[in-house]
Design a protein around this ligand. Structure first.
Ligand code: ADP
Length: 511
């Protein structure tokens, strides 16, 4: 229990510190990041330039002498071997001696000029010792020794005035001498190759570097801070500006415009916020319209119902079946409106139960057509259904019926003077296409974008005389999306509209 408390306390404090870090201003964070970067840079510099410098130097020297020895051994019988030895000597600062070990006296056959650097002299007796060591080691040996002359002479001051002649060339610090010796057997004879090089102590170099690094450290810290401040102001300025605009947006001021620039992401953010502002403004307008429309749509039938009911109650003889029919019709309309609203909200929330099964779409359309018999006989509408086969599809029959019903209702409501509505069913490439065509007033390009939005009406003036809740196409869109159907509208002002959708037909349909 106690442990539990302890771990929750730890995670709480972690959360707290994470929160406080995420709430830090951009400037502070950037300074932090730049300082961290500078710190890491300096750590690497100090490690490589100071701590490991000696090891690196030794490593490089060792590999240099090894590769030079190998190269010389490979080319020992080359006619230009003397030039090669000279190149190794002058280029790499190594002394070279080559002995013929097949002779009785261990004869020196080549030798580089040692520049009077006695430490790099290769004495015959020394060479002999190296030879024995190389033989024991299997052919090649690496030897690291103190510079005997260096420690003996020191800086050479002790010979001041008494030594006649040129002072031997030695390093004042006690350096190390690295020797690489290798036995090379050729067809005719055996050679012994000895290379010597000096490893100068890096202490003085390290001192210089350290001094430089202290200055570099100070400069880097100053640059990191200055740079972070400059960069943060370049980055944060447009973000602060965008944030101000977003706050305005939150205060429901949809006229705000975002024009912050700075980098690609900020420009994109500005564009997105502009789109969001436009969308929010549309949603707000639609919301107002929605409330106005719903109130109007609810009030009209309610007024009718209560009006007729009062008339029937108060005026004798008015309790006629016709008046009662009006009350029944208006109540049905009211109920349809409420059902539409509920359906739409469920569809949009994606929690409307759907019953996907195979059903005959053609029969479904025929069934809907029968509902319009009265409209056809009494009001002179011409409703045509063109189909050349029965098509089965997989979907929710009730919802698909709702789609077709809404589309036909709209076509009737907005039909032209010819009062003709055609529903056409075609089957091609395994897909059934349903088109609902009228020759009415059509829809403008501008309105075409919005007609699928709920409560969008091209004709803003409320028309309670026609059927329709202003939710019809919105329900159509959501049901078709649920069925993953393709859908759309072709329309021309003054010529009429063609609302269509396509569904996957079940296999084995006879065209
Ligand atoms: P409504 O109840 O207003 O018909 P809908 O969502 O069904 O609501 O339609 C939205 C709008 O689309 C309609 O108000 C109308 O302006 C336009 N519309 C829909 N169908 C047609 C059509 N066949 N011809 C012309 N305009 C149409």
């Amino acid at each position: 229990m106690k442990q539990n408390n302890g771990s929750s306390a730890v995670s709480m404090s972690k959360n707290k510190s994470r929160k406080s870090w995420s709430r830090l201003p951009l400037k502070v964070k950037l300074i932090g990041f730049f300082l961290l970067f500078a710190f890491l840079l300096l750590v690497f510099l100090w490690l490589f330039q100071i701590v490991f410098l000696d090891d690196f130097y030794k490593m490089i020297k060792t590999s240099q002498i090894k590769s030079s020895t190998s190269y010389l051994c490979e080319n020992i019988e080359d006619p230009d071997v003397e030039d090669l030895i000279e190149t190794i000597h002058t280029g790499n600062g190594m002394s070279v001696a080559v002995y013929d070990t097949s002779t009785e006296f261990f004869t020196r056959v080549y030798e580089s000029n040692t520049d009077r650097d006695m430490s790099l002299d290769i004495m015959p007796h020394q060479a002999y010792v190296y030879y024995i060591k190389a033989t024991d080691a299997g052919g090649r040996v690496m030897i690291e020794t103190e510079d005997a002359y260096g420690s003996l002479f020191g800086s050479g001051d002790s010979f001041d005035g008494r030594f006649q002649g040129e002072m031997p060339k030695i390093d004042s610090e006690s350096s190390q001498i690295l020797t690489c010796a290798q036995i090379v057997k050729t067809q005719s004879t055996e050679y012994f190759v000895v290379l010597k090089t000096r490893m100068t102590p890096v202490t003085s170099t390290v001192d210089t570097l350290m001094y430089q690094l202290v200055i570099i450290t100070a400069l880097l810290v100053i640059f990191a801070v200055v740079f972070a401040i400059a960069v943060s102001s370049v980055i944060s300025k447009p973000i602060v500006k965008a944030n101000e605009g977003a706050k305005e947006l939150a205060r429901q001021n949809y006229d705000v415009s975002f024009d912050a620039e700075g980098c690609k992401e900020i420009c994109e953010l500005s564009e997105t916020l502009n789109i969001a502002a436009a969308e929010l403004s549309t949603v707000d307008r639609l919301r107002r319209e929605l409330i106005a429309n719903i109130s109007h749509d609810l009030r009209t039938p309610l007024t009718m119902i209560s009006g007729y009911a009062e008339v029937m109650r108060d005026i004798p003889g008015e309790n006629t079946p016709e008046n009662l029919q009006v009350v029944i019709d208006e109540s049905r309309r009211l109920s349809e409106l409420v059902t539409d609203l509920l359906d739409l909200s469920k569809l949009e929330a994606q929690n409307l139960p759907v019953n996907m099964q195979e059903f005959c779409l053609t029969d479904c359309i025929r069934g809907i057509f029968s509902r319009y018999a009265k409209l056809v006989s009494q009001e002179g509408y011409v409703l045509k259904f063109e189909s050349d086969c029965n098509v089965t599809v997989k979907g929710d029959e009730i919802r698909m019926g709702q789609v077709i019903y809404n589309l036909i209702n709209n076509a009737i409501n907005y039909a032209g003077e010819d009062k003709t509505v055609i529903v056409r069913q075609t089957l091609a490439d395994g897909k059934v296409r349903i088109e609902v065509i009228d020759n009415g007033k059509g829809i403008s390009q501008e309105d075409m974008k919005y007609i699928w939005d709920r409560y969008y009406r091209v004709d803003k003036e409320h028309r309670s005389a026609v059927i329709g809740s202003g939710l019809g196409l919105s329900i159509v869109k959501n049901v078709l999306l649920l069925h993953k159907a393709r859908f759309g509208v072709k329309s021309k002002v003054g010529e009429g509209s063609n609302f269509w959708f396509e569904l996957e037909a079940c296999p084995n349909q006879i065209p």
